[in-house]
Design a protein around this ligand. Sequence first.
Ligand code: FMN
Length: 264
Amino acid sequence: METIATDVLATMRRRASCRRFTDQDVPPGLLDEIINAGLRAPTSFSLQPYALIVVREQRRRAALARVANGQAHVESAPVFVVVCVDLPRVERLTGLHGQLGRGRHDDALLNSVIDASLVGMCLSLAADSLGLGSVMVGAIRNDARRVSQILRLPDGVYPLFGVCLGWPARPVAAQPRQGGPALVHHERYHPPDVGVEAGLSLPDGTPAGSADVDHWRRQVRSGGQKLRSSRPVPWHPDNLAPLPSDDGDHDVPHHRSTGHHAVH
Ligand SMILES: Cc1cc2nc3c(=O)[nH]c(=O)nc-3n(C[C@H](O)[C@H](O)[C@H](O)COP(=O)(O)O)c2cc1C
């Protein structure tokens, strides 16, 4: 027990996002182990309201990389796991057919996002503990509709982020983190102007947050990506979106689009 706890802590202390990968593949058995570790994450009402799409095909990874501003690691990592909220699954399990999304039952949506995020974190940590590298990629939400086409996501299955998995081409170093009173409050919230440091910079004096904060600010102001609402989903393969022909994808059947992908 002692050893396991130490291993987990050691992995967490040294973890860092990895964006350079070797060409070496991730063996299926190892990937299964990582995914299964992710699925050990706690889940509200045991619903597991998510879908994981494991993408290994180079062309599909390239198409997803294009959605994510051309981030090279999405294509260079041999495995890209797209973590999605699966509202139709929740509807099936709860009998709430067609009632999720559309501004109703927002707590179900929040639960689903939380649960799916925990899976992503757990599988990412499992990969790190096995010596693989990983990085989450939220930029696939730049164009969630396009991601839905590439992955044939039905209506109500929404891609949250992807996780690149592969063997690190070079070591990664843990980034500094803010800590202490700027983030951790005891007993009640303490506003920064009553004696707690505002926490706008890291311990080494550099500003907190990434250089891309401007981009984030613009996205928030423009309303960001809208979640496609979940209409009642008739479960039929015809409801899967076609993969546009520019991907040259012939190994999976193309299905007729029923217009279920409209953004609301
Ligand atoms: C939800 C989420 C989305 C992210 N999206 C991206 C992304 O699109 N591209 C990327 O390179 N890193 C992405 N990251 C990784 C963060 O940039 C990274 O975690 C952060 O810079 C801290 O660095 P560290 O993970 O090495 O500690 C994302 C992280 C999270 C949690």
